[in-house]
Write a protein that binds this ligand. Structure first.
Ligand code: NAG
Ligand code: NAG
Ligand code: NAG
Ligand code: NAG
Ligand code: NAG
Ligand code: NAG
Length: 510
């Protein structure tokens, strides 16, 4: 019995010893952070970050409309410019959902439901009853149709007759313009043609689109290719842009989805000059991210990447909207919105655009702080920790001089319709803790853990040696190993050992 116990102990200690030596040797060759990243890119369901990814994107959608406060004065010619009053934020809480359809060692396919839950947040909006407030808007149906058909000769007469009853500026509730904006003439057309008849801005912006992504995961594609897209809906190009003009699209047109990212996760160990392009599905294009600066958020260092650049020239395939050449800092999205209505995106308030809006409007205040879109990426793990995703939708108008007087006044304007900001919520606490541990603590902890492994291994070795040599103490082991000098030392230090007589008596008693 005692014997078995002895060998069991020896066995256990030997295993522990080997384990520590093994761990130590492995740790010499790899950083723990890198090992964690390798685990992360396998994208297993048990990962703590998984739950937060599945229920993403999550955050607040803040939309802003522009109330026209001098419509009558402008049309009568008393005012030469249109006065705009920004109305907002009108805040909705958004929770998305990523439904994993297929998973292999090297890829995962999922369908993104971006706007699965949408809920109005009255207390964070500009006023709780903002949806019931009355505002005055451009008649975007009238403007859009006029712009679209102005290129076709001799339509103006018929158009003027058809739209006689349409006003240029219309009053209505905020709710109406966001969610159920429609016009009798539009409904009439809708009965004859396949036209979407609800022009509500949010209704259309938040409509479900089919987004099925296949992305790289795992160690075979490699860390640098983690979560880079293989295809979208099984296609390599963004379909909306291809459908009416497949020949016009050369390589310079940013619609090729391969190796772009969906802005939910990024490869680990990002550098500031990393080549990162995201698929901006709301504008049907690929957007390059540009590093701007380092920024601290939620106690973590992050790289700030801008989505749009001030004064950037649009790619050739997106620089014109129905014959209107766009100024810098804007790009065409007509193929991406309902009824192919004329529209172009810019940064809010025309920030970073060469459009001279001051000749047509008053009341805008473009600035980087409120209007520049960006994402903050934690570089070690490649996780977005904050983002402000901002776009303004505009209707670029051509020369309207062949139309009615009221429309002619709007010639060559680029009319801001609304803008929105998707503001990512803070990451859940446990994800933040895990990230902080991985980013800040793990590299510092590694030397200590390795020292501990080494100590454990040494102690186990010694313990094994002692037990195998049947020594009762390490002193005895030492004496056994080194022999005489030790005894001498003990005699010198202890000329009259006190315990010896006691030991003798004990022995005598026995
Ligand atoms: C919008 O402008 C109109 C006209 O000036 C004004 O009567 C109305 O109160 C404004 N709406 C809001 C919500 O401020
Ligand atoms: C999952 O993807 C793999 C590789 O692309 C494919 O062979 C397999 O048929 C797919 N499974 C399903 C259920 O679609
Ligand atoms: C908005 O108006 C509707 C009816 O028009 C009313 O039922 C609702 O209570 C109003 N909401 C607010 C917040 O005033
Ligand atoms: C980024 O910069 C580093 C050095 O600063 C360089 O080694 C690397 O090649 C660059 N990468 C790219 C993609 O330009
Ligand atoms: C963009 O160009 C306009 C003139 O076209 C200029 O006034 C503005 O400062 C430029 N903005 C930036 C950020 O370079
Ligand atoms: C206006 O109509 C005339 C004659 O139909 C045409 O020659 C001209 O190009 C039109 N102008 C515009 C700006 O469409």
């Amino acid at each position: 019995m005692g014997h078995t116990c002895f060998w069991l102990k020896i066995g256990a200690i030997a295993v522990f010893c080997l384990l520590n030596i093994y761990l130590f040797v492995i740790s010499c060759g790899i950083s723990y952070q890198y090992a964690m990243a390798q685990e992360q890119i396998r994208f297993r369901e048990q990962m703590p970050t998984m739950d937060s990814w599945v229920n993403s994107p999550f955050g607040k959608l803040k939309s802003y409309l522009f109330n026209v406060t001098n419509g009558a004065e402008f049309l009568s010619g008393r005012d030469s410019k249109i006065k705009l009053q920004q109305i907002g934020p009108i805040v909705y809480k958004i929770t998305g959902y990523n439904n994993v359809l297929n998973r292999t060692e090297s890829s995962v396919t999922y369908r993104k439901h971006r706007y699965r839950h949408i809920e109005f947040v009255p207390e964070e909006s500009v006023s709780p009853d903002i949806l019931n407030k009355t505002i005055v808007q451009f008649n975007s149906f009238l403007m859009g149709a006029a712009a679209k058909y102005s290129q076709i000769p001799f339509t103006s007469m018929g158009f003027n007759a058809l739209t006689l009853g349409e006003q240029v500026f219309m009053p209505g509730s905020v709710y109406y313009f966001l969610w159920e904006f429609t016009r009798p003439a539009l409904e009439l057309f809708g009965k004859m043609m396949p036209l979407a008849t609800n022009c509500g801005t949010l209704y259309n912006a938040l409509k479900e689109k089919k987004e099925v992504y296949t992305v790289n995961i795992g160690n075979e594609p490699g860390m640098d290719n983690f979560f880079r897209i293989q295809n979208l809906n099984g296609e390599l190009k963004i379909e909306e842009r291809v459908k009416d003009n497949p020949r016009n699209l050369d390589e310079s047109c940013p619609i090729y989805v391969a190796n772009t990212l969906d802005n939910s996760l990024y490869p680990p160990f990002l550098t500031r000059n990393a080549s990162l392009n995201i698929l901006a599905t709301e504008s049907c294009r690929v957007l390059p991210l540009r590093y701007q600066r380092d920024q601290v958020h939620d106690g973590m260092n992050a790289y700030r990447f801008a989505l749009l650049q001030a004064n950037e020239t649009a790619p050739t395939c997106m620089d014109t909207t129905y014959g209107v050449k766009l100024p810098r800092g804007m790009f065409d999205v007509s193929k991406c919105v309902i009824n192919d209505a004329p529209s172009a995106f810019s940064m809010p308030h025309f920030y970073g655009s060469s459009y001279d809006w001051r000749q047509h409007f008053e009341g805008l205040d473009p600035n980087a702080e409120q209007h520049e879109p960006f994402v903050l990426l934690e570089p070690t793990m490649g996780i977005p920790i904050n983002e402000k995703y901002r776009f303004q939708s505009n209707t670029p108008l051509p020369d309207f001089n062949n139309y009615s007087n009221k429309l002619a006044k709007l010639s060559n304007m680029i009319v801001p319709i609304f803008w929105y900001e998707f503001d990512m919520d803070h990451l859940p606490g446990y994800v933040l803790h895990m990230m902080r541990f991985n980013v800040n603590w793990l590299p510092r902890l590694q030397p200590y853990l390795m020292a501990l492994q080494l100590l454990c291994a040494l102690w186990c070795l010694l313990s094994l040696a002692r037990r195998c040599s049947r020594s009762h103490s390490y002193g005895q082991l030492y004496r056994k190993l080194c022999g005489a000098p030790d005894v001498q030392l003990e005699t010198i230090l202890n000329p009259k050992p006190q315990h010896e007589p006691k030991l003798n008596t004990e022995l005598a008693l026995k």
